[in-house]
Write a protein that binds this ligand. Structure first.
Ligand SMILES: [Ca+2]
Ligand SMILES: [Ca+2]
Length: 170
């Protein structure tokens, strides 16, 4: 019993420490609602993030750039584009704070222009790329989509199972 209490205390302390490190980001965001709307986790963000709203899909499913971008269009937006460090940092935090073991795709791709990454929706060059160490590596010559991890961005196959983020201007 005593041992269990000590273990529980340790777990609480560890979780508390991790959350403590993230608190400045938590202060930055306003959560409109929790898990819910149409299978998405819905967040609103301050004008510092260009006044966009982000929908992060909740359940992993086979990814497809065109299909997911169409879905995002249905919500008035597009597959997420990352324009600067602040936006990247915010999205990284949101993407990994839930179900971090599944891929979280962005709308960044180098399909058809190997090594030159652009936004799938508007075809303009990606605004901000903070790669994970030793990435992008275009592994096996077949990594043309980009997902977001706590360590940075990584290029990966476009047909993986994962979640994705829609960006909706507000
Ligand atoms: Ca590639
Ligand atoms: Ca890679």
């Amino acid at each position: 019993m005593a041992l269990q209490s000590i273990l529980l205390l340790l777990v609480v302390l560890v979780i508390g420490t991790v959350q403590g490190n993230l608190s400045p980001l938590q202060e930055d965001m306003q959560i409109l609602s929790g898990v819910g709307w149409d299978g998405y986790v819905v967040y609103n963000v301050s004008p510092e993030y260009k006044g966009s709203m982000y929908y992060i899909s909740r359940d992993p499913e086979p990814f497809n750039l065109a299909k997911m971008n169409m879905r995002c269009k249905g919500y008035g937006g597009y597959l997420v584009q990352i324009d600067n460090y602040r936006e990247y940092r915010y999205l990284r935090f949101q993407a990994v704070r839930r179900r971090s073991r599944t891929l979280v795709y962005t709308g960044i791709t180098d399909l058809g222009s190997e090594g030159r990454f652009y936004n799938f929706n508007d075809k303009k060059p990606a605004g901000y790329l903070r790669w994970r160490r030793r990435q992008p590596d275009n592994w096996k010559g077949n990594e043309h989509c980009v997902h977001i991890t706590i360590w940075g961005l990584n290029d990966i196959g476009c047909d993986g199972i994962g979640r994705y983020i829609c960006e909706i201007p507000v």
